[in-house]
Ligand binder design. Structure first.
Ligand SMILES: [Zn+2]
Length: 406
């Protein structure tokens, strides 16, 4: 019966059971059974616990790592840089491969004696299928590259940095710095208009409410990937009153409120107006904000000037200032992201009394992602790749804002 544990166990159990019934001394068998159970438990425990990847000698498990991942970013299209709070020792890194040739699953694992102070995240690069970063145990930050063929990579430790060189260049530049502080931040994205209110109707009858929702959803996905908590004022085509939008953000205790819109001008001017603009709420209205104001404030035309003034009066100088800074970061990062591939006009950062921003208890901006009335800009705006590039830019702006201000 050696070697066949199951059979052995059932025999012993049987012996004990029947032995007891027949009043035969079964202590010997009981002992054997207990021993086996204990062994089995031990075995199970061993299986349950994932393989210890880090060499015990190299990294004492009892000591929680003081080293934290500070940032992660692509240095260029081929090199991923993980930057830590202190210098990384060679002994604090362990790499190995996990290859499942039958499943066509190849993994390259980097275990680093460090702490990732945020939830797990995924990155992407065209040379592999998946890149996942997570806290493996108390002291081990694990980064796993997965592909359907063998992964060839080189790496280098340089002071506080671990640089991983991918086998080939990335075709799409779609990933940018991830900041560790993002996990605690709450963002409310407000796709403009919706339902009976289609917003601006532009070139080829493209509707603002549709385009801004598409871009907003992409922005949401990117921000979530980067560890932010994100809420949308609408996920579908429904009408929501302007004031409800900031109320929602207040209720969610959001750190930022981003209202996403598209601009438009009358048909006769459609070739003239294009570009992206970012607005923040202020009693000062820039001259060029006039048209946008008229378009975006349209469904609250009944509200009088006095209540707007009262609302503006209640706004603190700090909040206006913070919103202004946020607007600058978003605008700059949108431009730099989009200009890598497209040519986009910088419409600048402006201020004005926008109703959709009134009442927000956090820095709040309104982004005009482009002129839906402009023939070639509108065509780009409905393109998913363009939308994603723009969303990445906005997300980078959010990262940048928190990086500087918190
Ligand atoms: Zn709008």
């Amino acid at each position: 019966m050696k070697g066949d544990d199951k059979l052995c166990k059932s025999c012993l159990t049987g012996l004990v059971k029947t032995g007891k019934k027949l009043h035969i001394d079964v202590i010997k068998y009981e002992k054997e059974l207990k021993k086996r159970d204990a062994q089995k438990k031990k075995k199970l425990k061993k299986v349950k616990q994932p393989k210890k990847i880090i060499d015990k000698k190299k990294t004492p498990k009892s000591i929680a790592s003081q080293n934290r991942l500070k940032s992660i970013h692509w240095k260029d299209s081929q090199r991923l840089v993980l930057k830590f709070t202190r210098a990384l020792k060679r002994t604090e890194l362990n790499t190995f491969n996990l290859n499942y040739t039958k499943k066509k699953q190849y993994k390259k694992v980097y275990d680093i004696h460090a702490v990732l102070s945020k939830s797990a995240m995924q990155l992407s690069h065209s040379s592999v299928k998946k890149i996942r970063l997570a806290q493996f145990d108390q002291n081990t930050l694990r980064i796993v590259f997965e592909n359907d063929k063998t992964i060839k990579q080189e790496y280098l430790i340089k002071g506080k940095e671990l640089i991983i060189k991918m086998s080939r260049k990335n075709q799409k530049l779609e990933y940018i710095p991830i900041k560790e502080n993002s996990s605690k931040k709450i963002i409310v994205i407000d796709p403009g208009h919706g339902g009976k209110d289609s917003g601006a109707v532009g070139y080829k009858k493209y509707r603002e409410k549709v385009v801004v929702l598409q871009t907003s959803k992409k922005l949401r996905d990117i921000l979530v990937k980067r560890g932010y908590t994100v809420y949308m004022t609408r996920n579908g085509d429904q009408f929501i009153k302007l004031r409800q939008r900031t109320k929602f953000a207040n209720k969610k205790k959001a750190d930022l409120f981003l209202s996403i819109h598209a601009n438009a001008v009358p048909k006769r001017n459609r070739h003239k107006a294009h570009g992206i603009e970012t607005y923040f709420l202020s009693s000062k209205r820039s001259q060029r904000a006039e048209n946008t104001l008229r378009a975006e404030n349209v469904d609250i035309s009944k509200m009088d000037k006095r209540s707007m003034n009262a609302a503006l009066h209640l706004m603190s100088r700090e909040k206006i200032f913070a919103s202004n800074k946020l607007a600058i970061d978003l605008q700059q990062n949108m431009l730099s992201s989009l200009n890598q591939r497209y040519k986009v006009k910088d419409g600048g950062v402006r201020s004005g009394p926008f109703w959709v921003l009134v009442g927000a208890e956090m820095p709040a901006v309104l982004v005009e992602i482009g002129f839906i009335s402009h023939p070639s800009e509108a065509k780009k705006m409905i393109n998913h790749r363009y939308q994603k590039t723009q969303a990445i830019g906005i997300a980078n702006g959010v990262d940048r804002y928190f990086d500087k201000n918190h």
